[in-house]
Design a protein around this ligand. Structure first.
Ligand code: F6P
Length: 323
């Protein structure tokens, strides 16, 4: 591939997710295979502002495909949202003769990548790295599948104690403003109910179902709630008050972001990392790389941001049929 690009940078930005390391590895190794130099930028956009980076050789990414987190660290940078911060970042790129940038991150990171491209003329591409699976242009984001499996494993354990002590459990999962994780996890764990930002919750109908269930002898319930809609502890308290049944709460929190990436996330990250480098070499910048129906899919960064999950009604219908 004949290209003016000789040196690229790679950074991770926003909340980490399992598979980010595999993506960094894929960018580094494929870049080197194409004869490029690759700089690993530390702590996302903040590393650009602070001039904090290291040249990555092929061995610098040895043994990381299966490790959670990201060896080049990640962060959210309020400074990068300012004109001054962006100017500093651009100066660093120029100083190091970095011709193009691969950004691994979610919605806010894509916004940054698009600003670097459209306002400052830096060729950028985005790889979807977020457990929330809330971006257009890809069926899955890196880390989401592992996060769902981590949450499922935890809920299976909660189910054991819920059954044994005949209790109701409210389990709060991550997802930012998307109920994707909650919906998947509710279906996969056999939860009796789910509360997501996309649907207006009807707690009195929920309590009614619980009370009727209790009369039939069913006292153990798992209710998955997506963070941000309601705090698990306060919902547990309300349910206890409304039903008179013992209710406990569990917040799974950042556990969902850690751990070794599953096969799907490792493979997805590898495909996306290589495709990102190849698109830059083709001169195709300002784009987000995804995989749709098992094929690499390229959309403008501006179109890739914030996707509502299309199958919510169907998922919810199935969950209610399993009660
Ligand atoms: O976007 C990923 C995510 O894990 C969200 O699900 C969650 O709302 C947020 O990040 C938490 O961010 P922090 O780690 O900054 O608390």
């Amino acid at each position: 591939m004949a290209s003016k690009i000789k040196k690229i940078g790679v950074l991770c930005s926003g909340g980490d997710g399992p598979g980010m390391n595999a993506a960094v590895r894929a960018v580094v190794r494929s870049g080197i295979n194409y004869g490029l130099k690759v700089e690993g930028i530390m702590r996302g956009y903040q590393g650009l502002i602070d001039n904090d980076m290291m040249e990555m050789g092929p061995r610098s990414v040895s043994g990381i495909i299966g490790r959670g987190g990201t060896i080049i660290k990640t962060a959210r940078s309020p400074e990068f949202r300012t004109e001054k911060g962006q100017q500093k970042a651009v100066n660093t790129l120029k100083k190091h003769k970095i011709d193009a940038l691969v950004v691994v991150g979610g919605d806010g990171s894509y916004l940054g990548a698009n600003e670097l491209y459209s306002k400052w003329g830096i060729p950028t591409v985005g790889i979807p790295g977020t457990i929330d699976n809330d971006l257009h242009g890809t069926d899955q984001t890196i880390g989401c599948n592992t996060a769902i499996n981590t949450a499922l494993e935890a809920i299976d354990k909660v189910r054991d104690t819920a059954h044994s002590m005949e209790r109701i459990f409210i389990v709060e999962v991550m997802g930012n403003r998307s109920g994707y994780i909650a919906m998947q996890v509710a279906m996969g764990s056999g939860a009796e109910d789910v509360v997501v930002p996309e649907f207006k919750p009807d707690y009195s109908a929920m309590c009614d179902r619980i009370t009727k269930g209790a009369k039939r002898g069913k006292i153990s319930w798992i209710i998955v709630v997506s963070e941000g809609v309601v705090k698990a502890a306060s919902l547990a308290e309300s349910i206890t008050t409304m039903t008179g049944l013992e209710t406990r709460s569990v917040v799974l929190g950042h556990v969902q972001r850690g751990g070794n990436p599953c096969a799907l996330d490792r493979i997805l990250s590898t495909r996306l990392g290589v495709a990102a480098v190849e698109e830059l070499l083709k001169g195709n910048a300002g784009k987000a790389i995804g995989v749709i129906q098992d094929k690499i899919n390229i959309v403008p960064l501006v179109d890739a941001r914030k996707r509502p999950f299309a199958e919510f009604n169907e998922y919810y219908r199935l969950i209610t049929m399993m009660r």
